[in-house]
Design a protein. Sequence first.
Length: 126
Amino acid sequence: MSNEARYEIDRVFCDTEEDTYENGCLPGTGTNFMITVRLSAATIEDLIRGLFEEIGVKQAPDAVELDACDEDGRIDIQCMNDADNSEASSAELELWRAGKVKLWSANYTAHVQKVTRETVALRGLK
């Protein structure tokens, strides 16, 4: 029998709010949606790397919080998104600081599960 542990994420929740450089997040502008993903890795580090790739956000140590909100297995990734729900570019961030474009504060939340797979004997089943 094989007893192999892997770490998995099967969905990501995204919460966004319009964020202004001068006044912060604006009440009543929040949206949320779910992204179905199927990520699996042998290590947490590889799983996090895959999560950044899957949601299209550049990996940065200050963008990720592990066990976010004191919840075991919860990963939060924060970034600024543009109107297409893509991570804002450096140029967009400059225009945002000047008040020339709208950007949204985005928080992506995923829950990690440790999954153990084991071969099951089927002898005697009919």
